[in-house]
Design a protein around this ligand. Structure first.
Ligand SMILES: Nc1ncnc2c1ncn2[C@@H]1O[C@H](COP(=O)(O)OP(=O)(O)OP(=O)(O)O)[C@@H](O)[C@H]1O
Length: 250
């Protein structure tokens, strides 16, 4: 069995009396697209933030490719090939699509990309243009990001995360607020990126259609605990999962 790209071991995180994440453990293999779902308040964001060093868990460890990364900051994780997207867009509305993506590349200076292309702007511009083409945004290259549709901005956001050439990306509700046509495009491009680059994705998502058709495996959290894990078909048919959603009113 190959070494997992991500190992989450016995993570515990409480806020006062609320045990938001309770002894959660799972592995993610290279190239997987793993969905992390669960009713509102089940601990998904807290778990993401513990993995990404934005919250300090009381207990547990996180390993990336066998290396203990507990306590590392986001910028340090970035250098190890771990990227993320946020629920809230991180594009600068008054900058063009191209400049937003180049700027993201500059922030990842010293990352895999600069090892591949060198740190010069020409390399960054070339890489940004490749991602713009990949997401089929060529016609919007010089358009201000703020004037794009929400779904198009989500594509730019993903391109920005991919500028570091990450091997693992955690996507926080990529489908939120995106219309159906753009959703299909986003999903198709994420699957294509995964197939072309072998990039591993871990996806928090409320949109069941999206998550079940995008992901190769799904983990379900309820009240801070993993209650199920399996293929999308297994998860859809799991009575405990159905109960958790109906009980949680989601
Ligand atoms: N900073 C905080 N302070 C206090 N309680 C918090 C904090 N962050 C999260 N919680 C609580 O921890 C629990 C898990 O919340 P979390 O946001 O991780 O769930 P979630 O599954 O991401 O929810 P949603 O799907 O609604 O975003 C909830 O009971 C929430 O109220």
């Amino acid at each position: 069995m190959n070494m997992p790209i991500l190992s989450v071991r016995n993570i515990e995180k409480s806020f006062g009396g609320i045990r938001a994440v309770r002894d959660v453990s799972f592995d993610v293999q290279k190239g997987e697209i793993l969905g992390l779902i669960g009713p509102n308040g089940s601990g998904k964001s807290t778990l993401f933030n513990c993995i990404l060093g934005q919250l300090k868990p009381e207990r547990g460890e996180v390993e990336v490719q066998g290396r203990n990364v507990s306590g590392l900051r986001a910028s340090q994780l970035n250098k190890l090939g771990v990227g993320r997207t946020f629920q809230q867009l991180s594009v600068f509305p008054k900058m063009s699509v191209l400049d937003n993506i180049i700027l993201a590349g500059q922030e990842h200076h010293g990352s895999m990309l600069s090892r591949l292309f060198g740190p010069g702007d020409a390399g960054l511009t070339e890489a940004a243009e490749r991602l713009i083409s990949f997401f089929r945004l060529d016609h919007l290259r010089d358009t201000l990001a703020g004037s794009l549709s929400y779904g198009q901005q989500k594509l730019v956001d993903a391109a920005m995360a991919f500028m570091a050439g990450p091997s693992l990306v955690l996507l926080d509700e990529p489908a939120g607020g995106v219309n159906l046509t753009m959703l299909a495009h986003l999903k198709e491009r994420l699957v294509a990126y995964n197939a072309e680059h072998g990039t591993t994705f871990v996806v928090i998502e409320h949109n069941m259609e999206f998550v079940m058709s995008l992901c190769t495996r799904v983990i379900v959290l309820a009240e801070g605990e993993v209650i199920a894990e399996g293929t999308p078909a297994e998860i859809r048919a799991n009575p405990q999962v159905i109960d958790a959603y109906l009980g949680g009113g989601a």
